[in-house]
Structure formats: C-alpha cells, structure tokens
Design a protein around this ligand. Structure first.
Ligand code: URA
Ligand code: SF4
Length: 468
C-alpha cells in the first residue's frame, strides 16, 4: 500500500501521473489530504510518498481534457475522498473505460459531477457575497473581508477580485487561506482561525495583526518605480538617492491609484485625463468607474460626431440597443430623432450627439432590460464627461433632449413642459435650448399626442437651424 499526500490539483496531477506510469491500481493507494492537518498527523512518520518506484514506465496514457478540467474543480472540494475518487476515475479512463465520463449513472462519475457542481456554486457564492470593509492604516486605505467558503475556492477565485478591484489593496480572510492584493501581486497566507465570522472592529483587529507581515509598501513602490526609471540613469545615481527619490514620489502615485479604485469613486472626474483630445477622452470613458452604473451595463456609450459641430444634442442615457451597439441614439428613440432631424433639415452627420449619463441603467424583468431613470447621484457623477465634451466641441447651439439633460445642464428645477423651445444662456453655451425627448414621443398614449409632440420637437429643432 502506498500513501500519498497531496494538497491541490497540481500536486495530485503530478502524483497521479507517476502512479499511473508505475502501474499502481487505485486499491493499492491511499491519498491523504495535506490540507487537513489532523489527518496528516495520523500519518506522521509513515511514508508519504510513493513506495514503489516505477518498474517499466508505460507511455503516458491519453487523458481526456474534460477530465482534467473536471479534476481541477473537484480537487477544490472539501471531501477527503476527492483525490482517491479522481485517481480511480483516471485509472478506469485509462484502463478500458475511455467513455466513463459519459456514463452519468456510474457512481464515481455521479459523485464527481456533484462535487464539481458544489465547487462551482461555492466560487460563485464567494464572488457574490464577499463584502469589503474599508480600514485605514498609516494613512493608506485597505479593504478587508471575511469569508467562510465551503470548499477550497479561495485560490482559484482570488484572481477574479484582482480583476474586479485592481487598484485597491485588499485582503480576503478565510479559515483555510487568506488572499491579499497589494496592487501588484496576489499572495496567499495561511487561514485565520475564528469560531465565528468576525465583524466590524474584530475583523479589523484580526487583519491588523496580519498587516505588517503582508504589506511592505516600500517594496511595492520601489519595484514599480524602478520599472519606470530609464536604465541609463541607474548607473549615475547612487542607490540611496534612487531609493529616496522613489519613496518621495511613490505615495502620490499610490494614492492616485487608490482614489481610482473600482466601485468606490464618486465621480467621473477622477477618470478624466488632465490633457486630452476627443480620442483620449473617449478612451478614458471606456474604463470609467465613477458610479455603480458601469457594473451591469455592457459598455460606456460616448458621444459621437464632428468635433467642430455647431450643434450638440444631449440625451439622457443610452438604451438597450445603444448599450449593445456602443453608439448613442441608434435604437427606437434614435429613429424618432433621425426623423425629426431630417424634417427640420438637420444632417445628423454634421452634429455631435451625446448623453448626460454614459451607461445604460435598467431593471431586469423577465428577459427584458427595462430602462430606469438615472438618479441625481448618477447624473452628478457622470456630468464631468459631458462637460468635457462641451469644452471640446464648443457648440453654437446646445439642445437638451428631455428633463435629465435639461436639469443637468440648465438647472435642477427646469420643467420641459413650461420652458421648452426657448433659448437660454447657460454656463456651457449661450444658446441652449430644451425640447422633448424622442422617447417621450414613443411613450405617448395616443396617436394624436404622439403627432403633437413630434411636431413640437421638429419646431424646436427648426429654431436651432434658424439661429445658425
Ligand atoms: N435615449 C437617450 O437619451 N439616449 C440614447 O442614446 C438612446 C435613448
Ligand atoms: Fe462613469 Fe458615467 Fe458610467 Fe457612471 S454612468 S460609470 S459616471 S460613465
């Protein structure tokens, strides 16, 4: 009997390969789970490696790729039996049952799939339920969370959080393993022991005891800065000076990154490049995290049109079709708009068209994504984009379509029904005019009302032409 200690997929795979090559049948092997400390101690002193060396190495058998994918997931399951089960399945697959995975009634196969499902669900739970708490340490911000996974899902799931929160320093503490992101590197430390989920200050205290071991801000900053410093300067600068220079500059850089952290910024202002043209502005908007709306939408819909346009049209926010196509006013409201523009004698290709809010906000009812009006926080958060667009285009006439654009650019109390169709001088444009939103026409209950509102929209657009 051989006893093999394995802890994860990679170690299991290596051992399993060797065992298979040594022609060791599953009933002659006991796998022990090195991640279960109490279990391991039972075997202290006994051989925890393969006992029999391979006699005549067989050629490596072909293993279906699906099995390896399955094994990677299953090895995250907490059940100690997982490695044995996997090896038995591997043995059977390579010993006359190549189609084993298709036999769903087989006991081993059924168990493997159930385990895989449990691991998937657990990883999903971690993504959905981990909540970070902000703590400050020596003037820096950190985000910590406590989580108790059912399976060994911290390691495979942690990269998801680095993608989601790349510019926050965070730690996810769990009883098995803790994951830490220091803006540069994802590291893992042993789990923290706690009988219950620590909350609030308790969580903070617990994290603080780990803090010093985990984060070494000087190291982070140095590494980042050295990377950026032209190599030819290295020789001429005494090392100490390099280090001083780096440390002087680093806090500002890091602070800036933290300020831009995903999901926690409160305005688009943080994302606007100081020096920009239309292209760089548009590009920066693609990764805006100024308010939570980016989270559910497909993409940022930025304004479009000639940068020297005389007329600028500002709508509310992209709709379902815009969200998918990446352009403003291409859905049903866009069709109404096109029709009104053409009746007023305005060539759409000559005007700049944009929105007050750049991400589609919606509620999901059954399969339909239902438009939902942006609130005042979202309108305010997103305003810097449209302001920057106005500053670039400098339109002679600015048309606000509907209440959201009018309230953002003319005044909070602006009422379309009372004040539409009048030119008003605003801080953005001396000739600002508000009119009905094309979507309002789509929502009108009767044909008569639709025609009346459309006529008013066309009339207002004609006024625009008349002052140019
Ligand atoms: N409604 C808007 O306000 N803007 C669009 O881009 C589409 C519909
Ligand atoms: Fe940024 Fe505006 Fe999108 Fe919010 S809606 S994330 S502020 S672009």
């Amino acid at each position: 009997m051989s006893v093999v200690a394995v802890s994860d997929f990679a170690s299991w795979r290596d051992e399993a390969r060797a065992l298979l090559a040594a022609n060791q049948p599953p009933h002659e092997i006991t796998f022990i789970d090195a991640t279960a400390p109490q279990k391991q101690s039972l075997f202290v002193g006994s051989a925890v490696r393969i006992v029999n060396a391979p006699t005549t190495p067989r050629s490596t058998p072909r293993v279906p790729k699906d099995f390896l994918t399955l094994a990677e997931k299953v090895s995250c399951h907490r059940d100690e039996i997982r490695f044995e089960l996997l090896y038995r399945a591997l043995w059977r697959l390579t010993h006359g049952e190549p189609k084993l995975l298709e036999i769903e009634t087989d006991d081993d196969v059924r168990r493997l799939y159930l385990m895989e499902k449990a691991v998937r669900r657990d990883a999903h739970k971690m993504k959905a339920f981990v909540r970070f708490r902000r703590v400050e340490q020596e003037g820096e911000e950190y985000f910590i969370a406590w989580h108790r996974p059912d399976h060994h899902t911290v390691k495979p799931t942690a990269p998801f959080f680095t993608r989601r929160f790349p510019s926050m320093r965070w730690s996810i503490l769990t009883p098995d393993l803790c994951a830490h992101w220091d803006l540069e590197e994802l590291t893992f430390t042993p789990g923290v022991t706690s009988d219950q989920a620590p909350q609030g200050d308790l969580l903070e205290d617990m994290w603080k005891t780990y803090y010093r071991a985990i984060f070494n801000p000087a190291r982070i900053k140095l590494k980042a800065m050295v990377k950026e410093m032209p190599k030819r300067h290295w020789k001429t600068l005494p090392e100490t000076r390099i280090i001083d220079d780096l440390l002087d500059e680093a806090p500002a850089r890091v602070e800036e990154m933290v300020r831009r952290q995903t999901g926690l910024a409160t305005s688009a202002a943080d994302f606007i490049p100081a020096d920009h043209d239309y292209e760089s502005l548009r590009q920066a908007a693609m990764s805006c995290r100024g308010c939570p709306l980016y989270q559910d939408a497909t993409q940022t819909i930025f304004g479009e049109g000639p940068i020297n346009a005389k007329i600028m049209l500002v709508g509310e926010q992209p709709g379902d079709k815009e969200d998918l196509e990446g352009k403003p006013f291409v859905g049903p409201a866009g069709q109404i708009l096109d029709q009104a523009l053409s009746e007023a004698g305005i060539d759409r290709s000559q005007i700049y068209v944009t929105n007050t809010v750049k991400h589609f906000k919606f509620t999901k009812s059954s399969k339909i994504r239902q438009h939902s009006k942006p609130n005042v926080h979202e309108m305010t958060a997103c305003k810097p984009w449209v302001q920057a667009e106005i500053a670039l285009v400098k339109p002679e006439v600015m048309v606000c379509l509907g209440a959201t654009a009018s309230q953002t650019l003319i005044g909070r109390d602006f009422k379309i029904t009372k004040q539409r169709g009048e030119f008003i001088a605003t801080e953005y444009c001396d000739q600002t005019i508000a009119t009905y939103h094309p979507s309002a026409i789509l929502r009108m209950p009767t044909q008569e009302a639709r025609e009346e509102t459309m006529a008013a929209l066309i009339q207002d657009l004609r006024k625009v032409v008349s002052v140019l």
